[in-house]
Each structure stands twice: as structure tokens, then as C-alpha cells.
Ligand binder design. Sequence first.
Ligand SMILES: [Ca+2]
Length: 197
Amino acid sequence: MKKNTLFTKTLLSLLFILIGTLTFAQTTVFNADYSNGTGNNAWISASTGSGTGGWTNGTTATHATGATGNYIYTNLYTGSNVYNSNTISSITSPVVNLTNYTNLILTFNVWFNTEGYWDGANVEYSTDGGGSWGLLGTLGTGFYTDTEVNSLGTDVNGWTGNSNGWTAKTINLSAADINFDNNSNVRFRIKFVGIGV
Ligand SMILES: [Ca+2]
């Protein structure tokens, strides 16, 4: 039987930035740099399943190239690149107030290294403060790498396999035909699910 340690597995995220247009000027509405645990960085870590799937806020030597600043990474990562199997791990943003903002762009960096097809992650959104959630983005727009990550569900898009470094992701929220503009109650959630071995 294979063990987790046979795989190189890491999942990280970094620099969650929302840029909006207020009247004519472009401005940064929300910036999570994970430099501390307060304000925009007060993301809620949670897990369910057989493992303790929380997240660590900081940096690692392995991931120092290609981006700067702190990031959030799976709490089992110690240089041996292991994450929990049979565990759903998530980090959920604070409420983002987009009142008076339109033309919204979300950008962040992600580094993933998971058991291809079986384990992976995606980003969900809520426009009602966390009451209900939907999948943000699709493979078709270049946001994700696969049309299905088995652990996330049938035909659920996500990131799986190896990104081989930090990769920048950008999505036009206002073009996504979702009620983000002028919404005072937006949240985002990064969900990572590992299954099997
Ligand atoms: Ca697995």
C-alpha cells in the first residue's frame, strides 16, 4: 500500500488581492498578505475528516522563489511535503465589503503539489456572508488546471498535480455574472481535499 510520504505534496496560497474601481480610480479593496492574523488576514482555518487539516501562516525555504511574503500552507508540511488524507481543509476569508465598487479583479498566487487527479483544491465564493457557497471560476478561463478533481466531486473543477512553483491566478469577478459588485457581504473560501492514500 502506498503511503503519503511517497508523494511530494504541498498546497499553498499567497497574497489574496481584490482590486476594484471606485468611480474612476483603481484601488485595492482587500489585500490578504498573511503577515498577521488580524483584519484582512483573519482567515478562518477549519477541517473535517480523519486528519488535522489546518493551515500554517508563514514561509518555507522550499517555496521562497517566485513570490514574496507570507503564505498559508498545509500544517503537516515540514519539508517532507505531506498533507492529510481523507480530510477537507479550508480557509475562509473575512467578510469583504464591496459597497460602491465595480469592475472587480481578484488575483492571488498558488502553489500546489498533490496526488494528481485524486487530491486538489479550488476556490469558492459566498455573496451572503457565508450562508451559501458556489464554485469560483472554471477550467475554461484558465483558472483551474482540471475539469475534475476526484476529491472535490464529480465534474468539479480545481487544481491538482504539480504546479511546479508559484502560479498567478486572476479572475474578473464583475464579468463572472455573480452578484459581487456593490455587495457588502462577500467571502472567499479555499478548499483542499485529500482522499485515499
Ligand atoms: Ca490521496
